[in-house]
Structure formats: structure tokens, C-alpha cells
Design a protein around this ligand. Structure first.
Ligand SMILES: *Cc1c(COP(=O)(O)O)cnc(C)c1O
Length: 402
């Protein structure tokens, strides 16, 4: 079924397509390849779930919750319907008032700020570190006012924000910390005393997403919250379940946000592979580092020594105005690339109310102009990595020869 195809066959991918050879091309993420490796186990679990007809709150959900708590070393996991809901439920649980300020990075996926605005809270956008792309305590501190109630570090692209100084700053000002861990599930953060914690379990609440292309993805939408605080866990669980404390007794206005039994069944299987998936991504990253590190125009992804990097994305900075040309060059070779993210939050029309006209953050501006993500996923072999790295190098080699 799968055509054997050499990536090294540079004579070109388009000819192959034209000849009608079935090949899906190089992808940013190869969900099909990943599925085929665990197909028997996944299919069996899905069929069992269907046969049981316990589609909602089946035993798979509780089993996944427990396994995930154990994996993360956290007291409570609260599964929910998606990562955006997880963030919304987190802010609802904190009992914030309209107008309260929540500090977020300006360089992130929109979901982070969206739920804050939706709850009539005020997202306050701060700049990020030019190397890690994450917010830091130093960047957060000047944005704290008497209205600030919470900070949302986003562990962007798979590496933890430097959490220990952020937690210290939050403690000093009496603020909550909600970690948006949608991109870094499984990453480790090492405290100064040597203790290692999983991202998402360091702040008061952590949230994550099981969107299919995330590092731990299900076959549809899914999400979860995590906390070590018993009181917050009870509130999160209640809010995710219609504000219900006892069946048909509703203490608060909540939402309906559940993880389907089918998705939990799939996640139960994929969780066992999460560390091996991270290792596969890290291998790709190390290969790119080795093979592209010598190109002066490229800034390679920074590695913090107190955090592992699970490479949800492998994101370069193209420090020249060649990004669009490079993308086109790669495209001609059948190599996809993506811009995460092209527009700062404060320049999104939907968020114009939260940023005065002309508001700009220098690093965020620069990153939106320069970042470019290369394919990184669990199914890449050396040949494919080589083809992609050569594709990138050849652009700069051709440029230097002109
Ligand atoms: C994917 C993502 C989300 C939202 O997750 P969904 O499950 O798609 O709602 C939130 N924050 C970040 C940083 C993400 O990457």
C-alpha cells in the first residue's frame, strides 16, 4: 500500500505526484504513521468502548485520569473537552472579577488570551525572551498592577518557561499561576534544589490539550486540568460539570466539558508511548541542530539547562528577510514549513480593545517576522531528516554562490 520512496530522489517529488504514485508527501506531523504502529491496540480499545456503549464517563476516563496523575506526579487530573475549555475552567475556578488582569505572553496561540477576554477579565500582554520564546519573571514584573490576579506562562513549542522565579514573583504579589501546557506535556523542569517536576504541575493549575497534533494527541478533541490543590481540584471538577456538587444541585454557573470515553481509551494507549514519542522528537531536533547549526543566518532553538524540551515544534529564527523565499524554496522540494505565529496577540483585531493603538513589543514583533517551524514528529527516519536539513542548507549555499 505504502509506496517505497526515497527522499534522496531529488529529481523531484512533483514528478512522482504527476505519475500518480500514492504518497502523501512530507508532513509537519505524521498522524497516520503513528497510528499504524499502535493500530491493533487502539482499534481493540475503540471497539470495546463502542460495544460497552458507555460513551460518557466510561471506565476509560477514570483509568486515563489515574494513569495521567501517576505519569505527571500530580494529585489531581480533571479531564475535559479541549485545551481551550481547560483554560476557561481554570479561570472560572479562581473566582476572578470582571476587569481583573491576567498576564499572558503576546507571542502565543490565541486560546490563551481568548478565554480571559471571554470571562471579561483583561489580558495584559507582555514580551517574551528572544531565545526561549517564553515569558520570564523579569518581563512579567513591570506589568503587575493592583488589579493583577494571575499569570499564564505558556510552555511554548515544548520547553518550560523558567517557572521557579515566576512562582516566587507570584508568591510575592499574591497571584495565581496557570500553566498553559498544551505544547509541552511530558517536559521536565528542574528546581534549584534538584527536584524535577513535570510541566503543568508547578503552578496552581495546569492545563493541556489532546488535539491530535499535540505531543499527546487523541483522535478528536480532548483536554485536561491538573493541580495539587484539593480545593481547586474540587472547584475545577464542579465547574466542568455544570457547577454541580450533587446530581441536579448546581452551586455555580458552570460548563459542560468532558473527555469522551473513546478519546480516553485512545489516550490510555498513547500515554504509554509519550516518553518514547518525546525521544523521537528530540532525535530529530538534535539532527537539525547538528546539520543546520553552522548556518549564521539561523538561530537554533535554545535549550534551557533547567528544562527538557519535548519539541512540539522545532522553531528557527531566520535572521534576514529571506524567510518567505526559504519557505518557497522548501515548498518546491516538497518540504512543508509553518509560521507559528505570524501576528502578535495585540495586533489581532479581536484583541484591539486590550492594546492601545501603536502598542508594540519588540521581541514579539521580531519573532513574528523571523520564526519558522520545520517538520518534527515521531515517525521521521534519518533519510527524511537528511532530506529536510539538506533542503534548508542548499538554500543558503545557493544564496552564497550568487
Ligand atoms: C493547542 C493549544 C491550546 C488549545 O487547545 P485546544 O484543545 O485546541 O482547545 C491552548 N494553548 C496553546 C498554547 C495551544 O497550543
Amino acid at each position: 500500500m505504502k509506496t517505497v520512496f526515497s527522499y534522496q530522489d531529488r529529481t523531484d517529488l512533483y514528478k512522482m505526484k504527476k505519475k500518480g504514485i500514492a504518497w502523501e508527501g512530507i508532513q509537519m506531523v505524521d498522524l497516520k504513521g503513528q497510528y499504524l504502529k499502535i493500530k491493533d491496540e487502539v482499534d481493540r480499545a475503540v471497539l470495546d468502548c463502542m460495544a460497552s456503549t458507555q460513551f460518557i464517563n466510561g471506565p476509560q476516563v477514570k483509568a486515563f485520569q489515574t494513569a495521567f496523575e501517576e505519569y505527571l506526579g500530580v494529585k489531581h487530573v480533571i479531564p475535559c473537552a479541549n485545551g481551550t475549555d481547560a483554560l476557561q475552567i481554570a479561570f472560572m475556578a479562581l473566582g476572578l472579577q470582571p476587569g481583573d488582569e491576567v498576564i499572558v505572553p503576546a507571542f502565543t496561540y490565541v486560546a490563551t488570551a481568548e478565554v480571559i477576554a471571554l470571562l471579561r477579565l483583561k489580558p495584559v500582554m507582555v514580551d517574551v525572551d528572544p531565545h526561549t520564546f517564553n515569558i520570564t519573571a523579569e518581563l512579567i514584573e513591570p506589568a503587575i498592577t493592583h488589579k493583577t490576579k494571575a499569570i499564564v506562562p505558556v510552555h511554548l513549542f515544548g520547553q518550560s518557561a523558567d517557572m521557579e522565579p515566576i512562582m516566587a514573583l507570584a508568591a510575592k504579589h499574591g497571584l495565581y499561576v496557570v500553566e498553559d501546557n498544551a505544547q509541552a506535556i511530558g517536559a521536565d523542569y528542574t528546581l534549584r534544589n534538584g527536584q524535577v517536576k513535570k510541566t503543568g504541575t508547578i503552578g496552581h493549575i495546569g492545563s493541556t490539550s489532546f488535539f491530535p497534533s499535540k505531543n499527546l494527541g487523541c483522535f478528536g478533541d480532548g483536554g485536561a486540568l491538573m493541580t495539587n490543590d484539593d480545593g481547586l481540584a474540587a472547584r475545577l471538577r464542579m465547574i466542568a460539570n455544570h457547577g454541580q456538587t450533587k446530581k441536579y444541585y448546581h452551586d455555580e454557573v458552570g460548563v459542560n466539558s468532558r473527555l469522551d470515553s473513546l478519546q480516553a481509551a485512545i489516550l490510555n494507549i498513547k500515554l504509554k508511548h509519550l516518553d518514547e514519542y518525546a525521544a523521537a522528537r528530540q532525535k530529530v531536533a538534535a539532527f537539525y541542530d547538528r546539520n543546520l547549526g553552522g548556518i549564521p543566518t539561523l538561530q537554533m532553538p535554545a535549550r534551557q539547562n533547567n528544562s527538557s524540551h519535548v519539541f512540539h515544534q522545532y522553531t528557527l529564527r531566520v535572521k534576514s528577510d529571506d524567510r518567505a523565499k526559504l519557505q518557497q524554496w522548501l515548498k518546491n522540494k516538497g518540504i512543508p514549513s509553518m509560521i507559528y505565529y505570524p501576528v502578535p496577540l495585540y495586533k489581532q483585531k479581536a484583541f484591539s480593545d486590550y492594546a492601545p493603538a501603536g502598542f508594540e513589543l519588540p521581541v514579539t514583533e521580531q519573532l513574528c517576522r523571523e520564526v519558522m517551524s520545520l517538520p518534527v514528529h515521531t515517525e521521521m527516519d534519518l533519510e527524511l531528516m537528511g532530506y529536510i536539513a539538506d533542503g534548508v542548507s542548499s538554500f543558503f549555499a545557493a544564496k552564497n554562490n550568487n
